[in-house]
Design a protein around this ligand. Structure first.
Ligand code: ATP
Length: 676
């Protein structure tokens, strides 16, 4: 009932048509969202607010949506705020006249710097009334703060933040903000600080904002023409259209103007994948055996490709004479006399500065008629003497930034396995058989530089077994098994699809896939290792609650040299106390000696999964009376620099792995293992 009545009212009455969106209005919506955990209510608040934006200030739709998903720009633009806790505390202290010590004490007590800022702000006597903050103004200011570089960066960032905090809550000055009530209410200072920290803590994920935007847009289109509000079926159509466009072209910078111009139902015809804007790659599901692959793909045509062990790369290219208009091109695109090119990582980060050697040679792998393309491939370290693939560890020794072609020591070979766009046409909705054919037609392999991923098209167990063994002999991790025909073989951006299966050599024994976990804390070592950390507390990520749930302690798999480097890296991100979104046992003996910001992701193997009261991973999903899933005998494999903390293995995935495990399926009942 609340929502129905809300649906007819503007959520923020104090805002006139044509005025920039008041930041206070967005914060009011954030605050309403903060008061509920129900996804449908969150969606309704979001969509109602976006409708008001569309009606009163449509030009501000883009910055509003970006602030809602807590981003300043599309991922590939590489704009990150990255402001540490200490800088924010300094800014809060200086802008409110409270001592840093007071702020620290408050932070220890409250554990939410946003609330500390809200509380500090309300204590400040107001001498003058600053101009109210606006959404486009805040967005611009955040962008400017993010882009500060060079000498005196920190001081300049603090100044930028201070300016915003001083203008925050201008409308409510005089009134004191009670942080114990309504979680601090719509305080602007609170949300500014949380945005700077990179965590709004609202449970407002992109997967909610996207449908809210679709609903708001369609409803606005109907009502502004005097029609009734759209039916549920029409809304669903608009949502699915926006979702599918966004998966091919994940850039609100391109989509929002197109949507405003053509209308949401015509968006699909006007917006497609385009070179310059990386899409999130398709991912594979793990399998435990070749027989599992045969069971899952029974009666279908499929192909088994070598699974190369390097770094995923999406290569974009547009020839100068391609005669196409690009709405956007990633900022650090490489230019050659033939065209413009970019390389993106699995995370849509720009790798152009890491692989200038690839960009330089790229035009020589391309046949004459090939004018524009998006390639999906793996870059692999290459032994130029033995002419063979080198292990992943070699690739990791390459510098990451500002690499000069003449200094490259570790040569790479690009193994292409998919083609997503060719000569002005998106291929994602073509069969894999067709895409592969086009790939082979458009490129020329060059030994040690560019090759097509090796494959065999067979449904025979023995032949697959031989392919798997051969792939391992060729220093690959195993096989990727992919559907060949029909809609099941279409490229599914950003999805971990049933239609791509991975068979890794070391799945064949053990749990299956390795896990990617976030380092939350550490324990000082014993014996020889006392000056470094000897063991670490790891966690998985729960995207629904945005919490990190602990899953194991790990002390195996590290060489002395790695421990030394890790100590150096991690010491820089030590924090005084666990973040409120860390979920771990409260037992005294379970606490690590130090806690870290959630930043480093490590790949870890495990022998087995078990339930433990000490760890909290997937505790809600496995229903084990507060016990979480934990790893037995975990072993460190490598650092995953290409993954951010919120891309770590999810609680859901760990719950699924646990449930699949034989001890559970056979109903033997899991063992409980508390020991590290
Ligand atoms: P996740 O853990 O999220 O699944 P990951 O990065 O650990 O991803 P895997 O699941 O082990 O990777 O395997 C998928 C990765 O394998 C791809 O992202 C790609 O980098 C790599 N790869 C190597 N060869 C191929 C191939 N022939 N086809 C598709 N991917 C391949």
């Amino acid at each position: 009932a609340t929502l129905t009545s809300a649906a007819t009212k503007d959520p923020y009455p104090d805002w006139k048509p044509g005025e920039p969106v008041p930041y206070a209005a967005l914060c009011t919506t954030f605050s309403k969202i903060e008061m509920t955990t129900k996804r449908l209510e969150i969606l309704a608040h979001c969509s109602l607010f976006l409708r008001q934006v569309l009606r009163l200030s449509p030009n501000d739709l883009l910055p509003t949506v970006l602030l809602m998903i807590n981003k300043l720009a599309a991922d590939y633009a590489g704009v990150e705020l990255g402001i540490g806790e200490s800088l924010i505390m300094k800014a809060v202290s200086e802008s409110t006249g409270r001592t840093l010590q007071h702020i620290k004490t408050d932070q220890n007590e409250i554990g939410d710097l946003g609330l500390v800022a809200a509380k500090s702000r309300s204590k400040q006597p107001t001498m003058f009334k600053p101009k109210p903050l606006t959404v486009p103004g805040i967005h611009k200011a955040f962008l400017a703060i993010a882009k500060i570089e060079g000498q005196g960066t920190q001081g300049k960032k603090v100044d930028g933040i201070k300016k915003l905090l001083s203008a925050a809550d201008a409308h409510s000055s005089g009134k004191s903000i009670d942080i114990t009530k309504d979680k601090g209410g719509p305080s602007e200072a609170k949300f500014i600080v949380r945005t700077l920290e990179g965590k709004l803590r609202l449970g407002l994920a992109e997967k909610t904002v996207l449908p809210a935007l679709a609903q708001a847009m369609l409803t606005h289109e109907y009502t502004s023409k005097g029609n009734k509000i759209p039916s549920a079926a029409d809304l669903a159509k608009a949502e699915s259209s926006l979702k599918s466009v966004y998966s091919e072209l994940p850039s609100y910078e391109v989509i929002i103007p197109a949507m405003l111009e053509h209308g949401i139902l015509n968006l699909r015809d006007n917006c497609h994948l385009q070179p310059g804007v990386p899409l999130k790659p398709m991912l594979a599901k793990p399998t435990k055996s070749i027989t599992e692959v045969l069971d899952r793909f029974e009666g279908k045509h499929f192909t088994c490709e070598y699974k190369y062990d390097g770094e995923r790369a999406q290569i974009h290219f547009v020839a100068h004479d391609a005669k196409m208009e690009l709405a956007t091109i990633a900022p650090s695109a490489g230019k050659s006399d033939k065209g413009v090119s970019n390389i993106f990582s699995r995370n849509s980060e720009d790798l152009s500065k890491k692989y200038p050697d690839i960009l330089a040679k790229l035009p020589t792998w391309v046949k004459d008629g090939t004018k524009s393309f998006v390639l999906d491939c793996e870059t692999v370290a290459w032994d130029t003497e033995e002419k063979k693939v080198l292990p992943f560890q070699q690739l990791m020794t390459r510098k990451r930034k500002d690499v000069k072609v003449e200094d490259v020591k570790v040569k790479v070979c690009v193994f292409a396995f998919d083609l997503l766009y060719l000569n002005g046409e998106a291929l994602v909705n073509k069969s894999f058989r067709d895409r592969r054919e086009k790939l082979q037609e458009a490129f020329v392999p060059v030994e040690g530089e560019f090759a097509f991923a090796k494959y065999g098209d067979t449904n025979e167990l023995e032949e697959i077994q031989i392919l798997l063994e051969d792939s391992v002999k060729a220093s690959c991790e195993g096989l990727m098994v992919k559907m060949l025909d029909g809609p099941e073989s279409y490229y599914e951006p950003s999805r971990r699809s049933q239609n791509w299966l991975k068979v890794k050599k070391d799945y064949l024994a053990g749990v299956g896939d390795s896990l990617d976990l976030v380092v939350l804390g550490a324990y000082y070592g014993k014996g020889k290792r006392t000056s470094w950390y000897g063991a670490f507390l790891l966690a998985c990520y729960n995207p629904n609650t945005q919490n990190y749930e602990t899953v194991c302690n790990i002390g195996t798999g590290f060489s002395e040299a790695i421990l030394e480097t890790l100590h150096e890296q991690l010491s820089e991100i030590v924090i005084d106390r666990p973040k409120p979104f860390y979920v771990h046992s409260s037992g005294n003996k379970d606490q690590p000696d130090v806690w870290f910001e959630p930043r480093h992701v490590w790949e870890v193997k495990t022998a087995d999964l078990t339930l433990s009261p000490r760890y909290k991973a997937a505790a809600d999903e496995v229903g084990g009376s507060g016990k979480g899933v934990s790893l037995r005998f975990p072993r460190f494999i490598k650092e995953r620099d290409d993954k951010k903390a919120d891309e770590a293995s999810s609680s859901r995935m760990i719950a699924e792995m646990y449930q699949r495990q034989e001890s559970v399926t056979k109903n033997k009942g899991p063992s409980v293992d508390d020991d590290f």
